[in-house]
Write a protein that binds this ligand. Structure first.
Ligand SMILES: Nc1nc2c(c(=O)[nH]1)N[C@H]1C(S)=C(S)[C@@H](COP(=O)(O)OP(=O)(O)OC[C@H]3O[C@@H](n4cnc5c(=O)[nH]c(N)nc54)[C@H](O)[C@@H]3O)O[C@H]1N2
Ligand SMILES: Nc1nc2c(c(=O)[nH]1)N[C@H]1C(S)=C(S)[C@@H](COP(=O)(O)OP(=O)(O)OC[C@H]3O[C@@H](n4cnc5c(=O)[nH]c(N)nc54)[C@H](O)[C@@H]3O)O[C@H]1N2
Ligand code: SF4
Ligand SMILES: [Mo]
Length: 720
């Protein structure tokens, strides 16, 4: 709390001066610059920072509710130990010293008896501390850390692009030239914020009035604005992308000079996509062939163009080859690292000391899933993580070896992992579980110890946007202390010291400072005063040294995939549960279910206890076409049962012409903090009661099946 921006202001109540400190909101994947009004030990107000190039003073509904989050009466404020049996909901307050001693002792005993690999670490998406979770795991000696997004969200795109392009491209929204065309593929960034920029950058890019193509089964705001909207059957993005590649190649619409000079394997790709005509794809995707042609032609015609792709292409077991197919569109049209195109970053943050070098090759090979999923757990991964279904299996069955302890730092496992009932069974088998969170959750109720985590205004960190590219580096700084809350980073350092580990013991700020210095040349403290630092952008960086792939080119034909024993060219595969793959299941469950389209008021399973947000969106909503609803006797506002082979939940019906009559969309992340614990209604409307975490998995990434499943619906009475 050292610097004051804009000078001291006289306090309204005479209780001392008010400081205005710069920070950065992390209530989603983050990035919006903020001004924190602080008086003594009180946070008075949080505003958007008008100077921030990422949000220019704006905050979304979630960011605008920060005061409600920080001072919510239900916040966890001190460590607690469970008194009764697991899941009985009885807790007693303990001190941090007791909590650290107990963790140190239990973890050491488990490590000594079963090996460090029997301790699994868990966390959630895009958190400030995500890499610190793996770092602590590596310091402890376990390769088994995981995050529910790693195989299902963003990392399939990152790892595929690192192998295909040698780098991770993002949309050029933070420089002067805006795209003339934006292709939104399985992505709704006006609600979600793209993975790696803020939603405000996306809105600003729309002000330049680009042509728009949207690939989405639902008629979102962007689909309504689009020049071409491709309303596909959920889970068939691979077929659609192959057909668009087919049109670009067969009609010679690609950038021949760029393709010749900068890509590898064009002839092989052309051969692969030849059978995948738009007429073929129409039968698979439900999108008319002439619309696919029109989209490919428009996409090829307009430059520069950028592609905004989202998580929807990463939640079926053909995840990686779908991502591969979609990722090749910008390569064929040469929209790579050009102003207003898909650009590579400036790496404004230094390397994070992940401590992975602490793991021996043998220990790396023990990572659960490493024998199968090299893009998630092994040599094809940017930051290798464990395969969640295999970790859960190890908890349940002790095979291939036992997992006895689970340390969860920011994940409501029962809501966001696939197949919640099996997740519950797995967690109930643990010897020791710790959960650090802001609030008590149905998952934390299963733990032995609950730790009070600091929310973003309560801790020091850094952020680099766009993600990975990081040409804008921002400082987050501690402005308030709530109860005995500690940041996850501080907890790891304290625990590493208590366990007398050799690494992960230096102060958090030392690590931040080294990263900031390596990327920007300035200190973390200087960055805190400035708020953010913007690195001047350079384009066409590949012209200097080529692409960072084995051939120095964009690998349409991936030599690295081939080396790892995977198909070097993208291919189509039906989702394992679909009207085409399993017509027998479709007889009983005739509708296609997609889940989790983002809404602006909640971040995954969070924020249901914040009054302004819950008021704006009180109930879980399932979308259904009016014709389908009429057939089933369902009216707007009715509750309905949604059922798959795995289970049954209730959400409230929204009748909507924007969804195909054959498709249902359910929100994800639902539990009810306002209902009684210890389960807080987690079995009532939680969509992951319906999803699957059983094989088949994506062969490269281990991805399980969260979208494009089969379901049936019927009217229900409202829940009690
Ligand atoms: N407010 C808010 N912001 C968030 C989040 C949040 O919960 N709330 N979550 C964050 C997280 S973890 C992520 S990963 C991102 C996700 O954000 P996005 O990548 O934007 O993903 P979604 O909104 O889940 O889905 C995008 C669109 O995909 C469509 N869709 C569904 N199934 C399919 C399909 O099979 N194919 C295609 N092409 N489209 C399909 C949906 O209709 C939806 O409109 O958002 C992040 N930001
Ligand atoms: N069916 C279906 N399932 C999905 C998805 C879908 O679209 N459909 N989306 C998937 C995707 S893309 C993702 S990324 C995952 C998201 O999964 P997660 O990112 O794990 O999200 P949550 O389960 O909501 O867990 C976040 C928890 O962290 C707590 N928390 C917030 N900030 C902090 C902090 O600083 N420290 C600590 N210790 N705790 C904190 C919150 O209170 C909350 O309980 O869900 C996946 N699950
Ligand atoms: S978009 Fe994300 S970072 Fe920006 S205000 Fe909203 S929650 Fe905060
Ligand atoms: Mo995600």
């Amino acid at each position: 709390m050292e610097q004051i921006v804009g000078g001291d202001k006289p306090a309204a109540d005479g209780a001392g001066p008010v400081s205005i400190l710069k920070s950065v909101c992390r209530s989603c994947h983050g990035g919006c610059g903020t001004l924190m009004h602080v008086q003594g030990d009180k946070l008075l107000k949080v505003e958007g920072d008008p100077d921030s190039p990422l949000n220019k003073g704006r905050l979304c509904p979630i960011g605008a509710s920060t005061m409600d989050l920080v001072y919510h009466p239900d916040r966890l404020k001190y460590p607690m130990r469970r008194k009764g049996p697991r899941g009985s909901g009885q807790w007693e307050r303990i001190s941090w010293d007791e909590a650290l001693d107990e963790m140190a002792e239990k973890l050491q005993a488990i490590k000594d008896e079963f090996g460090p690999e029997s301790i699994a670490m868990g966390t959630g998406t895009g958190r400030h501390h995500i890499r610190w979770v793996s770092r602590f795991g590596h310091a402890l000696g376990t390769p088994n850390w995981s995050e529910p997004g790693f195989a299902q969200c963003f990392h399939p795109r990152i790892n595929t692009c690192l192998l295909t392009y040698g780098d991770f491209p993002v949309c050029d929204f933070t420089t002067e030239t805006m795209p003339e065309l934006i292709l939104y593929w399985g992505h709704n960034p006006v609600n979600s914020g793209p993975d790696g920029e803020t939603r405000f950058s996306v809105r600003d890019s729309l002000a330049a009035n680009p042509k728009i193509i949207v690939v989405d089964p639902r008629e979102t705001y962007l689909a309504k604005k689009a020049d071409i909207w491709l309303q596909l059957r959920p889970g068939t993005d691979d077929a659609l992308a192959l057909a668009m590649l087919n049109v670009l190649i067969e009609e010679k619409l690609y950038d021949a000079e760029f393709v010749e000079k900068w890509t590898h394997g064009f002839a092989e790709l052309a051969e692969r996509v030849r059978p995948h005509t738009p007429e073929w794809a129409e039968g698979v995707t439900w999108v008319p062939a002439d619309k696919i042609r029109a989209a490919a032609r428009l996409y090829a015609e307009i430059r520069p163009s950028a592609m905004e792709w989202g998580v929807a292409i990463e939640q079926t077991p053909n995840c990686i080859q779908t991502v591969r197919a979609v990722s090749l569109l910008p390569a064929l049209t040469g929209n790579i690292d050009v102003p207003g195109g898909w650009v590579f970053g400036m790496n404004g943050i230094g390397r994070f000391p992940s401590l992975i070098e602490n793991l021996s090759p043998e220990m790396n090979a023990k990572r659960l899933g490493a024998d199968r999923f090299k893009l998630l757990c092994g040599e094809g991964a940017d930051l290798p993580a464990a395969h969640i279904p295999t970790v859960l299996q190890a908890m349940r069955t002790g095979k291939p070896y036992p997992v006895k302890a689970f340390m969860v730092f920011g994940n409501n496992t029962l809501t966001t992992y696939g197949n919640s009932k099996l997740v519950y069974e797995s967690l109930m088998k643990l010897d020791f579980m710790v959960c650090a969170d802001l609030f008590m959750t149905p998952t934390a109720e299963l733990a032995d110890l609950v730790l009070p985590a600091a929310s973003w205004p309560e801790l020091n960190q850094i952020a680099g946007l766009p993600t990975r590219a990081a040409n804008i580096v921002l400082a987050q700084q501690k402005t308030v202390q709530i109860g005995e809350c500690k940041s996850d980073e501080e907890i790891f350092v304290a625990l590493a010291r208590r366990m007398k580990l050799e690494t992960c013991t230096e102060p958090v700020e030392d690590v931040l400072d080294a990263q900031v210095r390596a990327g920007t040349g300035m200190s973390y403290d200087d960055l805190k005063v400035r708020g953010f630092y913007k690195i001047p952008f350079r384009y066409r960086k590949y012209e200097e040294k080529g692409f960072k792939t084995p051939t120095g080119k964009i690998e349409l034909y991936s030599t690295r995939f081939e080396e790892m024993g995977y198909d070097p060219l993208p291919y189509y595969e039906e989702p394992p549960e679909s009207p085409i793959a399993t017509p027998e299941i479709a007889e009983e469950f005739p509708l296609v279910l997609t889940t989790g389209g983002r809404i602006p008021f909640f971040f995954n399973s969070e924020h249901r206890q914040l009054k302004p947000l819950r008021k704006a969106h009180p109930d879980p909503i399932a979308e259904i076409h009016p014709d389908t609803a009429a057939r089933l006797g369902i009216k707007t506002g009715d509750w309905m049962w949604i059922e798959t082979k795995r289970g049954k939940i209730r959400q409230k019906a929204k009748l909507w012409k924007g969804i195909d009559p054959r498709v249902i969309h359910c929100e994800h992340g639902w539990w009810f903090p306002d209902k009684p614990g210890p389960d807080y209604g987690v079995w009532e409307s939680n969509v992951n009661v319906l999803t699957s975490n059983l094989p088949p998995f994506d062969p490269q990434m281990g991805t399980y099946h969260l979208r494009a499943l089969l379901c049936r619906v019927e009217r229900s009475d409202p829940p009690a």
